[in-house]
Design a protein around this ligand. Sequence first.
Ligand code: 5RP
Length: 226
Amino acid sequence: MSADDQKRISGEAAAQLVEPGMVVGLGTGSTAAWFVKALAARKLDIRGVPTSEATANLARDLGIPLTALDDVKSIDLTVDGADEVGPGLSLIKGGGAALLREKLVWEASKRCVVIADAAKKVDHLGKFPLPIEVVRFGHVHTGHRLADIAAEFDLLPPRLRMAERGVVVTDGGNVIYDLPSGVIAEPAALAAALKTVTGVVDHGLFLDLADEALLGTDQGVVKLVP
Ligand code: 5RP
């Protein structure tokens, strides 16, 4: 089975968790897109809270009614992809530059389900460069401070994320620095250290947030719990 088929079956399985009347957090990325498509096909009476402009556009095109995070008290269920699924369902997210809105939506959710293809499951977080969202003003200086923190954790300096058209700018108008590492030995300590830097809006370490994972594998969808 291709990675995309694994993403599809995990997204389709997650769509079955949605019940009528729910407020549903809609993740970002290619796996989350499969979820949004499968959810739209069910034509349930739900409201979606999108985690990015891209997901909002997709959901709108498919006829899913949307609402804003601030217009709901809480979210019943959020389904989203991940770049890495590590021990205890610790995650790296933000490959699609949507980590800030994703984390805000996850933290407002009663239940968070991560969906992914089998290759995303890892023994240690860190092979995927850790995305860090940084305000644009003075971001080069913030990047230097991030490099200092990286050195304290035996990690390489972060790199400003670029695309063909230039610097990647997030939906919130910020930039992304990616921290290449190899192994993040102390994710919680690194997460705390990154949050001390003025200019850092948030980072892609999602720790103690996922309630379950639905992993698409060649043998079908496998459920993991922390
Ligand atoms: C976006 C994310 C995505 O969920 C993550 O990058 C996984 O993407 P994909 O499902 O395309 O592999 O965190 O910010």
